[in-house]
Design a protein around this ligand. Structure first.
Ligand code: PLP
Length: 389
């Protein structure tokens, strides 16, 4: 395709876009049932659209946008029990996790300890850590999971050696929504003088709002150095919006560089140069608009639907839940049929589910309604009765 020599009328372009993009999956249809993203909050969408020109790469031009970003990090820091945390609104979990490892690596390197290159990480970690390790020339030491599908703490202890740089814990794994035993990891990190980064990209907007939650994962635990939390997942902010928070400002400085040629004067930057102020402003707005009580309601609804679906799955012949869901993620497994055949059959019926090697992942996000669960249960029963026999 080539750029047209003369520009086309907006009407014609919009017509083509409507025709073509209308064929994508939509959140409103309920058919997106295996994704960790959701329809962004409508108010946050309008805020985002209003402030598209704001550039956080040149904060001398947009100092008030930078203040909004700082306040957003303060709000997220308070949610995670450290109002003084520092960091940035970033493009998502991948960037946030890269930034954490980058800060750890630079910090020890500046202290002259370049040999510490090993990162102890649960096998269940998102593949963005493989990207991070490749970029930063770190070695991931992948730790097996126990029967609860969380990281084996004993294996973490055994993996520590003189080259260990950091430990990663996950709050809401990509595959099953499991929360690792972060209090134990915190103790291990403190005892061995290691950094501990928590990937709470998904669970960070679930656990703090969960009724009767007894799983601790945040800065209350003294060993936690940094947390990644994604507003564009359960936070209902428009894409792109992740966040990285550091407890220690000195650590954050290890990935900051001051760019001094910019129109607005000296500007601190980390990985990206130009970056969307609209994302930070939209996150600031959505946190204020939904509020703690609003997020509690959203999480309660998602959990009720999750429980309903999990019960229905466990009552069916041939399939069952991999584990009892902790948060709004369900794994479906089978000892009788090939799970890939079930995923294909669901796809033929119009469902977009996520497929892992041994299970199907369902994520009950805020856009999912009770009727969507009814339809999914009906289709699952029909497939199991008529197609996969
Ligand atoms: N961490 C976890 C636990 C995730 O589930 C994901 C994505 O689903 C990521 C990190 C990466 O986030 P993103 O896709 O926003 O880069």
């Amino acid at each position: 395709m080539l750029i047209p020599k003369t520009g086309l009328p907006a009407k014609r372009i919009l017509k083509e876009l409507n025709q073509r993009l209308g064929k994508d999956f939509t959140y409103d249809s309920g058919r997106i049932i295996g994704s960790m993203c959701t329809k962004p909050n409508r108010f946050a969408q309008s805020v985002y659209a209003k402030y598209l020109a704001k550039n956080l790469g040149d904060i001398g031009l947009f100092p008030n946008t930078a203040r909004i970003e700082k306040e957003t990090i303060q709000m997220l820091g308070s949610l995670l029990s450290c109002p003084g945390a520092v960091g940035n609104i970033v493009s998502g979990g991948t960037e946030a996790n890269i930034l954490a490892l980058w800060a750890f690596r630079n910090s020890v390197a500046q202290e002259g300890d370049k040999a510490r290159k090993e990162v102890i990480i649960p096998k269940s970690a998102h593949f963005c850590f493989d990207k991070a390790a490749d970029l930063l020339r770190l070695k991931l030491v992948k730790i097996p999971l126990n029967d609860k599908k969380s990281v084996s703490v004993n294996a973490v202890r055994k993996a520590i050696n003189a080259k260990t740089l950091a430990i990663i814990g996950i709050c809401g794994t990509t595959e099953l929504g499991v929360v690792d035993p972060i209090p134990e990891l915190s103790e291990i990190a403190l005892k061995n003088n290691l950094y501990l980064h928590i990937d709470a990209c998904f669970g960070g907007f679930v656990l703090p709002f969960l009724e009767n939650n007894s799983l601790f994962f945040d800065f209350r635990l003294p060993g936690v150095s940094s947390i990644a939390i994604d507003p564009h997942k359960m936070g209902m902010a428009p894409i792109p919006a992740g966040a990285i928070l550091f407890r220690d400002p000195e650590l954050y400085k290890r990935i900051q560089a001051n760019v001094n040629y910019l129109a607005g004067g000296e500007s601190p930057q980390t990985l990206l140069g130009t970056r969307p102020g609209a994302s930070a402003i939209a996150v600031w707005s959505v946190l204020k608009y939904i509020g703690i009580d609003g997020y509690k309601k959203i999480v309660k609804r998602c959990m009720e639907l999750t429980q309903r679906l999990a019960n229905a799955i466990d009552s069916m012949d041939k399939i069952s839940c991999v584990i009892k869901p902790t948060i709004n993620v369900i794994g479906i497994k089978s000892d009788f049929i090939d799970i890939r055949d079930l995923a294909s059959a669901l796809r033929r019926k119009g469902w977009a589910v996520a497929l892992f090697p041994n299970h199907i992942r369902i994520v009950i996000m805020p856009h999912t309604k009770p009727v969507h669960i009814n339809w999914l249960v009906r289709d699952l029963k029909n497939i199991l009765r008529k197609e996969l026999i």
